[in-house]
Design a protein around this ligand. Structure first.
Ligand SMILES: O=C(O)C1=C[C@@H](OP(=O)(O)O)[C@@H](O)[C@H](O)C1
Ligand SMILES: C=C(OP(=O)(O)O)C(=O)O
Length: 434
């Protein structure tokens, strides 16, 4: 155990906790991009402050936008400051650090293409193996010069000329919905707008594309998504935004799941009644796994009795929930199959192999499938739990530790990618002080 490791707590008995979650990563980073491309000053209320969103803000600043802190609109003591975004002429010439953020490495190359100076992109070691070729080729198809020395991954340089003609591009987005979102977000600023046609196996994480379309419409863009696998964004002005960011529902998942494993009730206030967040799917998953799930105007409340039922589930549309659902499945009293998530081998790490390895280390019987996992629960025991620089592996490890006392989660700080306060929120929930 190194000082950075975390002896995650075992279940203390039935929970009774209310956990206030910070804003959605996916919404925050979309709003930031749209605000930087808009025609006036925007305000983001209760944005997520985490590594991925701070990297997005820093990147937009280096492209010329102002992104500044303002008084918080949140009621909670540790609510994040608001962000004020002041667009200005896009300029390049300064490098962009993507960290391990898919949203930064995919959403910003089309924006960099609008700059007159070249923009160099790089990121963490694990970011350099995340798939990028389809988005780079799509931009090339729209006339943008990109130098990647044939890698099809980070690092690369976008050599913009100040304008992008745009038009129609056919791409295979089966490796990530973010390729499509990326082209659509910058599309209003292309001279002819953009039409994106997907040709390939089904696009994963589709709610994220719907989220892109809805946030574009919030900013006044004209988007046609009426035909399957085709999206059209007309050229035009993007209006400034004044928006409150919903809590991050995927980050809420491990806390709600804890109610099922430990028994008791966990509430997440401010759960939206209607949302485009893929994480909303956790309600249905928890219900199938035996929870009592109740959505009111105030909060989502999940109640469990300490038993978990296995399930057979296709998470193609909500792939980022896989680590938490797999951890829950290892705590169940019957087998589970998770299907439709082959592309998460290209997420922060190869999540299918990482989960198979680490769940097995705690005692579960796990079979890796090409598109997911089969999990046969066995009595769990504590062991070191490696996290592979993956925030959601930290969350999965914490959940498993409830049933496997003595589990030591490596590198819990990596959770700062989307939820820097995860460990104190988790410990407060378990100690009965949340
Ligand atoms: O656009 C977004 O904000 C995201 C899209 C999804 O990516 P994939 O389509 O690569 O799964 C999701 O898993 C990721 O966490 C966030
Ligand atoms: C896949 C994820 O992130 P990214 O935005 O880096 O793709 C995730 O958060 O689970």
């Amino acid at each position: 155990m190194t000082p950075a490791d975390w002896s995650a707590p075992a279940a203390p008995g039935p929970l009774d906790a209310t956990v206030v979650l910070p804003g959605s990563k996916s919404l925050t980073n979309r709003y930031l991009v749209l605000a930087a491309l808009a025609s006036g000053v925007s305000r983001l209320r209760r944005p997520l402050r985490s590594r991925d969103t701070e990297l997005m803000a820093a990147a937009l600043r280096s492209l010329g936008a102002g992104v500044e802190d303002a008084t918080s609109s949140g009621h909670h003591a540790d609510a994040a400051p608001d962000w004020i975004i002041t667009p200005s002429a896009l300029r390049g010439g300064r490098p962009i650090d993507c960290g391990l953020a898919g949203t930064v490495m995919r959403f910003l190359p089309p924006v960099a293409a609008l700059c007159r100076e070249p923009v160099a992109f790089d990121g963490d070691a694990q970011a350099r193996v995340r798939p990028m070729a389809a988005i780079l080729d799509a931009l090339r198809g729209l006339g943008v010069e990109i130098e990647d020395e044939g890698r099809g991954t980070l690092p690369f340089e976008v050599r913009g000329t100040g304008t992008v003609t745009g038009g129609t591009v056919v791409m295979d987005a089966s490796a990530s919905s973010q390729y499509i979102s990326a082209l659509l977000l910058a599309g209003p600023r292309f001279e002819d707008g953009v039409t994106v046609v997907h040709d390939g196996k089904p696009v994963p994480s589709e709610p994220h594309i719907t989220m892109t379309v809805e946030t574009l419409r919030d900013a006044g863009a004209d988007v046609d998504d009426s035909e399957a696998n085709t999206w059209r964004v007309e050229p035009g002005e993007l209006l400034p935004l004044d928006v409150t960011v919903e809590p991050d529902l995927s980050n809420a998942a491990p806390f709600l799941a804890a109610a099922l494993v430990s028994g008791g009730t966990v509430r997440v206030p401010g759960w939206p009644q209607h949302t485009t967040q893929a994480g909303d799917r956790i309600r249905d998953v928890l219900d199938t796994m035996g929870a009592d799930v109740h959505l009111s105007a105030e909060a989502l409340a999940v109640t469990g009795d300490g038993t978990v039922s296995g399930l057979d589930v296709d998470l193609h549309d909500a792939a980022e929930l896989t680590p938490v659902v797999a951890a829950l499945a290892a705590c169940a009293d019957s087998p589970s199959i998770i299907r439709g998530v082959g592309h998460i081998r290209g997420h922060e790490t190869d999540r299918i192999t990482a989960l198979a390895t680490e769940l097995a280390a705690l005692g579960a019987e796990v079979t890796e499938r090409e598109d997911g996992l089969r999990i046969d629960p066995r009595p769990l025991h504590g062991a070191p739990f490696a996290t592979y620089a993956d925030h959601r592996m930290v969350m999965a490890g914490a959940l498993l530790a409830l049933r496997a006392p003595g589990t030591v989660v490596a590198d819990p700080g990596t959770v700062a990618k989307t939820l820097p306060t995860f460990v104190p929120l988790w410990e407060r929930m378990l100690s009965g002080t949340a």
